[in-house]
Design a protein around this ligand. Structure first.
Ligand SMILES: N[C@@H](Cc1c[nH]c[nH+]1)C(=O)O
Length: 380
């Protein structure tokens, strides 16, 4: 029998939700166009190989076969298709793209989140400087302000931090993996069991507090004084501190946090990572980071790149939409078409009633609680 249910994890959108999402997507895209970014559109379907640098532990892509038996996926990410575009076209860098679209991530059942989500984002390709991260963060904060997200927390992190510490410890690969797993899952018992034999290591005072190393930027930075002096760690901390100083100067009211104990949201990040959240949404409002190696996996040249994506579904919760459901219906006939058009322009929340007879129009007006204007009487 014909199945009228929606596939798991999908939904129909109409009314204020659909309007809020349209408004936000337009606002984000207008903002970036005005900042000199260029629009890029990529297809919903891609070859599966495009996404091979994404770890898919928490979700799977929707898959299908094309007519030659090649595996296609509904794109689970919008950054990797941009990398593919850069490698298959001769587009010169630096370049700044903006885009919006749907991404599809099949979540574990009962996770409560949707498998189809709308993102609007940017990719800045060809700039090595921290200024690229700063442009992303400036845009993210300014747009959240415009969208009236007033309790925004911006959290910074670094994709190389965890590995830099793990490699400095006298542990074999398996022990490193166990420690990382315990840290990311905040499994304190397992974590303490792995660090116990390291009590004499110079990293031990730091290891004791590592799982709790997140929160207010300055407080976390203070605790990082426990770290032994390693050039790789120092350069990571310098980047983060310079970014915090920049943000404080530009947005003195903005709360900035630091988290050096979380898993990178995307496996392809190689540098600073950042996201925004607030206390009332379970998911990030935006998320991004630097991914300098990604383009080299598609082509033979290394390209520095930074980007971020806004989660339009999450932001939609903040957007107040004035109801535009028509409250006035305009009844007309062939001779009064012009008058009907004029009334439509002049009356807010109005719509043409396409009923054949006046009687039918009156019935529709009653059913939809609308006022009926009859322009055949104005222009008989
Ligand atoms: N594609 C990333 C966000 C991003 C855009 N550019 C860089 N990162 C995500 O969905 O999490």
């Amino acid at each position: 029998m014909f199945n009228r249910n929606l596939p798991i994890g999908t939904r129909d959108e109409f009314g204020s939700v659909a309007q809020a999402k349209e408004k936000i997507t337009n606002q984000i895209q207008d903002y970036f166009r005005n900042r000199g970014f260029q629009k890029l559109t990529t297809p919903l379907l891609e070859y599966k190989a495009v996404f091979s640098s994404m770890e898919q532990q928490t979700y799977q892509p929707y898959q299908m076969l094309d007519e030659h038996g090649e595996t296609l996926v509904l794109r689970p990410d919008l950054t990797l298709p941009v990398a593919r575009v850069m490698s298959t076209t001769g587009i010169k860098t630096p370049v700044k793209w903006y885009y919006s679209g749907e991404v599809f991530r099949v979540k574990k059942q009962l996770s409560g989140s949707y498998n189809q989500r709308t993102q609007a984002g940017i990719e800045i390709i060809g700039y090595r400087s921290l200024k690229a991260e700063w442009e992303c963060l400036t845009a993210a904060i300014e747009l959240c302000q415009q969208l009236a997200v007033n309790d925004l927390h911006v959290e910074l992190g670094h994709a190389r931090f965890v590995n830099a510490v793990l490699h400095a410890l006298p542990l074999n690969t398996l022990q490193q993996a166990t420690l990382q797993q315990a840290l990311f899952s905040k499994n304190v018992t397992a974590y303490q069991a792995v660090i116990a034999p390291l009590a004499d290591d110079p990293f031990y005072p730091f290891l004791e507090i590592w799982p709790w190393l997140f929160g207010d930027f300055d407080q976390v930075l203070q605790q990082l004084k426990l770290l032994p002096d390693l050039p790789e760690l120092q350069s990571i901390l310098q980047e983060l501190s310079a970014t915090q100083a920049f943000l404080q100067q530009q947005f003195s009211q903005q709360s900035i946090e630091l988290d050096l104990s979380i898993e990178s949201p995307q496996a392809y990040y190689t540098g600073m990572i950042f996201h925004g959240y607030n206390d009332s949404t379970a998911e990030f409002l935006f998320s991004g980071g630097r991914y300098d190696q990604l383009l080299s996996s598609f082509q033979n040249t290394l390209q520095p790149a930074v980007g971020l994506a806004f989660e339009v579904d999450q932001l939609a919760q903040y957007t107040a939409i004035t109801d535009t459901t028509p409250t006035t219906l305009i009844y007309f006939d062939a001779a009064s078409w012009g008058a009907a058009q004029q009334t439509l322009q002049a009356q807010p929340n109005s719509s043409l009633c396409l009923a054949e007879t006046k009687h039918e129009a009156e019935q529709i007006a009653r059913r939809t609680n609308s006022k009926l204007i009859d322009v055949t009487e104005v222009n008989p």
